[in-house]
Design a protein around this ligand. Structure first.
Ligand code: AR6
Length: 173
């Protein structure tokens, strides 16, 4: 599914965030230490190679709602934008912190002249954020942020399974 809002294409796709060849910056659902982990962070760090964690060291630790940018090394992208989502039930207010991940990531993309960005469903795995709530927050925040985007022209949500794709699709439509 694809729609255009304020001149920005918002796309929903099922897939793996580490194989988005046509995207300039992929977003990592990071840990505070910017090291490898499970889920998205595991896939991204495996594909990028050990230099990705080395590059993250000068920024770590980051706090919930923050985003930092590094090169993407062996990934098929130019940059990785690392976002630390809130742990649901612990880092509060969760909705504001989750929204901050998306706005900060898009601000970094604008500052670095990045035209296309792919996001995973931040916080909805190990961090326990209910998918539907997280999807609403993510879509609402990104759609609002399109008003401030001049460089970014494509935002892709890469959802790992059919259920996540369906949830995003229903909310977006
Ligand atoms: N591509 C796209 N989406 C994926 C992929 C993938 N390769 N793998 C999993 N997902 P998570 P979080 C989905 O746990 O909740 C890590 O260990 C997954 O189904 O990656 O922000 C870090 O080190 C889920 O819907 O991120 C942190 O400690 C979503 O991506 C912690 O987990 C996010 O799941 C971050 O937890």
């Amino acid at each position: 599914m694809e729609t255009e809002i304020n001149g920005v294409i918002i796309e929903l796709r099922k897939g793996d965030i580490s194989v988005q060849e046509d995207i300039e910056a992929v977003v990592n659902a990071a840990n505070a230490e910017l090291k490898t982990g499970g889920g998205v962070a595991g896939a991204i760090h495996r594909a990028a190679g050990p230099k990705l964690a080395e590059a993250g060291q000068k920024y770590a630790p980051i706090h919930p709602g923050e985003a930092v940018i590094t090169p993407a090394f062996n990934l098929p992208n130019e940059h990785v934008i690392h976002c630390l989502g809130p742990v649901y039930g612990r880092d509060k207010p969760e909705d504001k912190l989750l929204a901050s991940c998306y706005t900060e990531a898009l601000k970094l993309a604008e500052e670095h002249g990045i035209k296309s960005v792919a996001f995973p469903a931040i916080s909805t795995g190990a961090f326990g954020y209910p998918l539907e709530e997280a999807a609403s927050q993510a879509l609402e925040t990104v759609i609002k942020q399109t008003e401030e985007l001049y460089v970014v022209k494509l935002i892709r949500f890469v959802l790992f399974d059919e259920q996540a794709l369906r949830t995003y699709r229903e909310i977006l439509s």
